[in-house]
Write a protein that binds this ligand. Structure first.
Ligand code: KE4
Length: 426
């Protein structure tokens, strides 16, 4: 007998904390019962009750080709029949590393891991080992995975070190992390003037996607690059979300700024567990077994994950892939904005390549505080009304959305027609 979403949710909570294996899936931010899915194909996926949704989450970014792309599935199948894991080097890992270094000028070496969090925690240890310094800077609203050093919220004053943003993180750990305001150039300058010689690294999402979507200003990233160079701090771009999502040369290509290290994930795994931290050889050589910075992983560079990643990265290099993706994403955001205007709803939206932000506000937010000023309740209402219409947006006002190459014009039109109905009853 098929169980309903609610029945599965009730049962799951007996065996899995919150009934989910990652908190955002629990709908706590938007309320209601999470949807349990059983099949995906292209731009669509179906829940256990047989309802079909147009998917604008795409597993939180990896599915840039849509669900179950035939070439990705074929690559996984053909690899799996020859073995799932060897715990030893394979040629495919070399092929992927070479391809990434070809695609991104800032890359000279690659270390593959299994999640963005693993890459984020490793890149911080690497930067600390390379510089011999302990302090790191992150920005409020940016998320880099759940490593202790990065689960830190802003300290009370501009120059005070952070406090844990999660239970279980020792105060001493957070004490090495300084949390600054995103896009605040003056705050950056003041901090480096005061502490520059002690800063091992700065880690930033060049297009933030974890406080909803907020673009870094070119001035902010340019100053960040200048300061890191001047003080010998490692500049780390966390491109887990933006990597090969905003364009073939990622956000670093869009801004024409070269970080020293980059964190990649999501798209490069094509939906399978795969992430990487990459960058300048002089820094990467500090990693074991060459250097003294230890990092390891049983399933790092897993052949099946690498096969899915390679198949995905081959497809996104097609002529016009990103121009078509950006056009569709912009049609969505412009169309939703037009529908809101038609019904006099305070709403705006923006697209960056194949990712987008939706805001119940009259103006596009440029900072964490401006995002927090958006109408969250209105978003939650919109989310559920669109869910009823068979449109699945991210279940949180503080997440970005994603369009895939599988989304057709007709899917965008259907989404806009649904929004017209929803805003009409606002
Ligand atoms: P994972 O450990 O979830 O693979 O990657 C962590 C991570 C690192 N850096 C950035 C910029 C990220 O966006 C993420 C993960 N993103 C979230 C969505 N905002 C994943 C969804 C989830 O946590 O379930």
């Amino acid at each position: 007998m098929n169980l309903s979403n609610q029945q599965l949710y009730d049962l799951s909570q007996q065996y899995i904390p919150g009934g989910v294996n990652s908190p955002v899936r629990a709908f706590k931010s938007v309320g209601g019962t999470p949807i349990f899915f059983q099949r995906g194909q292209g731009a669509y996926f179906w829940d256990v009750e047989g309802k079909c949704y147009i998917d604008y989450v795409g597993s939180w970014g990896p599915l840039i080709l849509g669900h179950a792309h035939p070439k990705v599935v074929k690559a996984v199948q053909e690899t799996a029949v020859n073995g799932l894991s060897f715990g030893a080097p394979t040629k495919a890992e070399l092929d992927l590393a070479e391809l990434l270094c070809k695609l991104l000028p800032s890359l000279e070496q690659v270390r593959l891991v299994s999640s963005g969090t693993e890459a984020g925690m490793s890149v911080i240890r690497l930067a600390r080992g390379y510089t011999g310094r302990s302090h790191i800077i992150k920005f409020e609203g940016c998320y880099h995975g759940h490593d202790d050093a990065l689960l830190v919220k802003a300290g009370s004053g501009a120059l005070t070190f952070g406090h844990p943003s999660s239970a279980g993180v020792p105060t001493e750990t957070a004490a090495h992390t300084l949390v600054l305001n995103f896009n605040d150039v003056e705050g950056l300058k003041r901090t480096f003037t005061e502490l520059g010689e002690q800063i091992a690294a700065v880690i930033v999402e060049p297009v933030a996607g974890n406080m909803n979507l907020v673009k870094a200003t070119p001035a902010f990233l340019t100053e960040l690059r200048r300061l890191c160079t001047h003080y010998g701090s490692v500049l780390i771009f966390d491109e887990v979300m933006t990597g090969f999502r905003v364009g073939l040369t990622c956000a670093q290509g869009m801004y024409q700024i070269q970080p020293d290290l980059t964190v990649l994930g999501k798209v490069i795994g094509g939906g399978m567990p795969l992430a990487a931290f990459v960058g300048k050889k002089a820094i990467m050589q500090c990693l074991a077994p060459v250097g003294g910075v230890y990092q390891a992983g049983t399933l790092s560079g897993n052949p099946v994950s690498v096969a899915a990643g390679l198949a995905t990265l081959r497809e996104i290099q097609a002529e016009g892939f990103y121009s078509k993706l950006a056009l569709k994403t912009t049609q969505l955001t412009d169309g939703l904005t037009a529908m809101a205007r038609k019904h006099d709803v305070a709403f705006c939206a923006q697209a960056v390549g194949g990712m987008f932000g939706l805001y119940f506000s009259d103006t596009l937010p440029q900072s964490f505080s401006e995002v927090m000023a958006c109408d969250k309740e209105a978003f939650n209402r919109f989310f559920h009304a669109m869910l009823k219409e068979g449109i699945y947006f991210a279940p949180s006002a503080f997440e970005a959305g994603f369009v895939s190459s599988a989304h057709a014009e007709d899917d965008i039109s259907k989404t806009l027609a649904a929004a017209d109905r929803v805003f009409g009853f606002w």
